[in-house]
Design a protein around this ligand. Structure first.
Ligand SMILES: [Zn+2]
Ligand SMILES: [Zn+2]
Length: 423
């Protein structure tokens, strides 16, 4: 018995040391905000506010972290906002928890366990009957002036089942619970009891292939869909130990909002989500604040993530990251160009839905929302009727093949080495 105890202790020590070595090797320097601006990209007029969304506390039946723990960690990590989404209740709202707590704006939404899967509702004020048909739930959220997102669509315990629904704002393209709980359970328990939480979670992060593919498919189907990255944090307490602590969960994935004001308000947060002025990032190793992905004509900014703009021949996409990364540009869900660098300037040769993914050390880092480049009015044929969006074809195979130019992008500062990447 003593021998096993000794082996266990040595094993834990070795794994902890290895984990610390990995994380210290990978960790990027935290850049001061002023150093993160680059003269190579024009100012788009937006401010970058960072937060954690989809959070559970003791107001949910399956979490042990308290509201005060969320606030303490959010403040310590300098989060501008966070959004609670307790299971099937708005009790924190009735208890007056919504508002500023230190430097963090805490907003209260809810996660509804519907018959078709879990649905996140933001900016709702009345409890919603989760047993009604899911389309009625979506409509009810909208009737209250709220907005909603399909949660963890491929999480095996609560997959989304009804893809005929309409009226939602977007989808969780990344969910930490889905990414981690789908791992082997025995391995999860062993690692969480032995390795430091940060390196442990870093080791199991994956690109969310199925949710991303579904997001791209839904954009083709609906014209535009907003993608978000959610912590789905449920801090558990057992035998005096904390599992999936907020300290780690709030660093794994953060959702950034582009807001045209230095002042953050609840309305500004919801407006940014509606417009898709959003990107999300796995920040366990490197912070993403300051990331920029925009459309320009010359140096004139004509759109940011989430915007719909008209194609014109001199249009180009510009991006800047706070650290070098492997970058992949997607057009209508297909990877069309890759590079390694910190700046990237890409001519746009045809209309399409363009989004960007950045990887560091072969791990996912930043996911942009798309810039929707629509055909110019002269290209678009008859004008759509009122309320109708000019949607891209439902079948991506109908999209014209990427042109030579878009496969060999130029660069603003010499980062033009196109390399094959398999994200
Ligand atoms: Zn859920
Ligand atoms: Zn949840």
């Amino acid at each position: 018995m003593r021998r096993w105890l000794w082996l266990w202790t040595v094993g834990c020590g070795l794994m902890a040391a290895a984990g610390c070595a990995v994380i210290s090797h990978l960790r990027s320097p935290r850049l001061p905000p002023d150093a993160m601006r680059t003269p190579n990209i024009p100012d788009d007029g937006y401010h970058d506010f960072v937060g954690a969304i989809h959070i559970h506390t003791t107001y949910s039946h399956d979490a042990h972290g308290r509201f005060e723990d969320v606030v303490r960690v959010a403040n310590a990590q300098r989060l501008d906002y966070c959004i609670l989404t307790e299971h099937n209740n708005l009790r924190p709202l009735r208890d007056g928890k919504q508002g500023w707590h230190g430097m963090t704006l805490v907003l209260v939404g809810t996660e509804l366990s519907t018959r078709s899967g879990h649905y996140l509702a933001f900016n709702v004020h009345e409890e919603i009957d989760r047993y009604q048909p899911v389309q009625d739930i979506i409509n009810e959220v909208n009737r209250q002036g709220g907005l909603g997102f399909i949660a963890h669509p491929y999480f095996k315990n609560a997959r989304w089942k009804d893809w005929t629904v309409t009226g939602f704002t977007g989808i969780e393209a990344y969910n930490v619970a889905h990414d981690t709980l789908d791992e082997n359970r025995a391995r999860l328990v062993f690692w969480t009891l032995t390795a430091p939480a940060g390196p442990f979670y870093f080791s199991i992060l994956d690109r969310p292939y199925d949710p991303l593919a579904k997001w791209d498919e839904m954009i083709r189907q609906h014209g535009r869909v907003v993608g978000i990255g959610s912590t789905d944090a449920h801090e558990f307490h057992l035998w005096g130990l904390k599992f999936a602590p907020y300290e780690v969960m709030f660093q794994i994935v953060r959702t950034h909002l582009l807001i045209p004001s230095e002042t953050l308000t609840a309305d500004a947060v919801y407006d940014a989500f509606r417009r898709g002025h959003v990107y999300f990032a796995i920040e366990l190793v490197a912070e993403a604040k300051g990331f920029s992905f925009l459309a320009a004509v010359g140096t004139r900014v004509v759109g940011v993530m989430g915007d719909e703009i008209a194609f014109e021949p001199t249009l180009h996409l510009m991006t800047w990251l706070p650290a070098p990364a492997q970058l992949t540009l997607f057009q209508d869900g297909r990877s069309i160009a890759t590079t390694i660098g910190q700046n990237w300037d890409i001519p746009v040769t045809e209309p399409g839905v363009y989004r960007l993914e950045a990887f560091r050390h072969d791990k996912p880092w930043i996911f942009s929302n798309p810039i929707y480049v629509r055909p110019a009015p002269s290209q678009a044929g008859p004008a759509p009727s009122a309320g109708e969006r000019p949607a891209v074809p439902a079948d991506s195979s109908q999209q014209p093949a990427a042109s030579e130019n878009s496969q060999t992008p130029s660069s603003a500062d010499g980062n033009d080495a196109s390399v094959p990447t398999t994200p």
